[in-house]
Design a protein around this ligand. Structure first.
Ligand code: CAA
Length: 381
């Protein structure tokens, strides 16, 4: 078993690392404070091919594998998890969803622009009363001949105010339960579509999270993804891959906090020596390093499963569950190692700690991952 990365993967890691240091790090504290969307940085990421990493070059993507994507996600997330969630949603949910299940027209019209980063997309599943319980959609998409009429509200939508294209999951036939749900591509300027106020969040404050309102929004039938009633499966299949991206984000947040804590522990002196020389600190670093390495193996394994045509529901959910816990634990310890300095913004670790929490909530809470994992292991036993 060869666990070493190829030359190509190492180059991608270096390119993402360089971009994070030169383009994301400057201004990251200010963007967090002011809740500013990293528009300029996202534009550059698009130009470098990071917004359609796994998309076929014939649709303006970079044609890379999932492993390349998680390697880049880790590097971006070490520095700026707000930027990395924008990258993650565009790559794993929007581009992958349209490329895998969309029609030729949808790929030509939307994917080509999404994968190049000319525009970004949003994935709209959660509702005020349907976050984890995704089949209980209240948003309706009523069949009206050559179009659907969309009504309802979506909540906590990443890229909500900045996207041009929205993948909206809605109920067409309530009687049919999850088999009556459709996924529709909605353009931003469609009449009746309103973007609600921006959420004031604990973490990932540079990302743009909004509620969305649909009031008699007409969506042409040709914008439905897949057959009638495919929307719930579309959401589940797409989210299964999305969870690998968020697991990589969690891994990056943990690794970023660990790297800062390691550096600090080797510089900061107390009781006559660098604090890394005290076992109280050294043992924390040992635990952090071990947990991050274990998380990285789970994330890479899930990416490898996806790249090799294996089912990745289980490995993706395990990677997300574990990496997000490691992100939480590691960032808390990184703040502790920094002491008083860890509690102020200049040292970055308090932001990473706030950013870590969302990885246990979005694209399925930790409890949802446990549902997916337990179902898979029971089904296979
Ligand atoms: N692949 C393919 N099909 C799947 C599937 C998968 N991974 N998971 C479920 N399905 C299918 C099932 O096979 C079933 O189909 P059949 O009836 O034909 O067999 C159908 O979907 C319904 O499945 P379940 O009975 O398992 O559905 P459930 O109601 O019990 O829900 C759940 C399962 C795992 C809890 C699911 O609701 C879920 O994942 N919820 C969490 C949703 C979520 O992640 N929300 C996050 C919002 S998106 C976001 O955060 C994006 C962002 O902005 C960052």
């Amino acid at each position: 078993m060869d666990l070493s990365l190829s030359e190509e993967h190492l180059m991608i890691r270096q390119a993402a690392r360089d971009f994070a240091q030169t383009e994301l790090l400057p201004g990251v504290i200010e963007r967090d404070e002011k809740q500013s969307f990293p528009g300029e940085q996202i534009k550059k990421m698009g130009e470098l091919g990071f917004l359609g990493m796994m998309t076929d070059p014939k649709y303006n993507g970079s044609g890379m594998d999932t492993l390349s994507y998680v390697i880049a996600m880790e590097e971006f997330s070490k520095v700026d998890a707000s930027a990395s969630v924008i990258v993650s949603v565009n790559n794993s949910l929007v581009c992958w969803g349209i490329e895998t299940f969309g029609s030729d027209m949808q790929k030509q019209k939307y994917l080509t622009r999404l994968a190049s980063g000319e525009i970004i997309g949003a994935f709209c599943l959660s509702e005020p009363e349907a976050g984890s319980d995704a089949t209980s959609q209240k948003t309706t998409a009523i069949d009206n001949g050559d179009h659907y009429v969309l009504n309802g509200t979506k909540n906590w939508i990443t890229n909500g105010g900045s996207a041009e294209v929205y993948l909206v999951i809605a109920q067409t036939d309530k009687e049919k339960g999850h088999k009556g749900i459709n996924a529709l591509i909605v353009e931003k300027d469609t009449p009746g579509f309103e973007i609600g106020p921006k959420e004031n969040k604990l973490g990932i404050r540079g990302s743009d999270t909004h509620s969305l309102n649909f009031n008699d929004v007409k969506v042409p039938k040709e914008n439905r993804i897949g057959e009638n009633g495919f929307g719930f499966k579309f959401a589940m299949k797409t989210l299964a891959g999305g969870r690998i991206g968020i697991a990589a984000q969690a891994l990056g947040i943990a690794a970023g906090a660990y790297e800062l804590a390691l550096k600090y522990a080797k510089e900061r002196k107390a009781f006559g020596t660098e604090i890394a020389n005290h076992q109280a600190i050294a043992f924390k670093l040992a635990d952090m390093h071990t947990q991050i390495e274990a998380a990285r193996h789970l994330v890479y394994k899930a990416a490898w499963d996806k790249d090799n045509g294996h089912n990745y529901d289980l490995s993706g959910a395990m990677a997300k569950l574990y990496a997000s816990q490691v992100a939480m634990d590691t960032t808390v310890e990184a703040v502790q190692i920094h002491g008083g300095n860890g509690y102020v913004k200049d040292y970055h670790v308090e932001r990473l700690m706030r950013d870590a929490k969302i990885t246990q909530i979005y694209e399925g809470t930790s409890e949802i991952q446990k549902i997916v994992i337990s179902r898979e292991i029971l089904r296979k036993s």
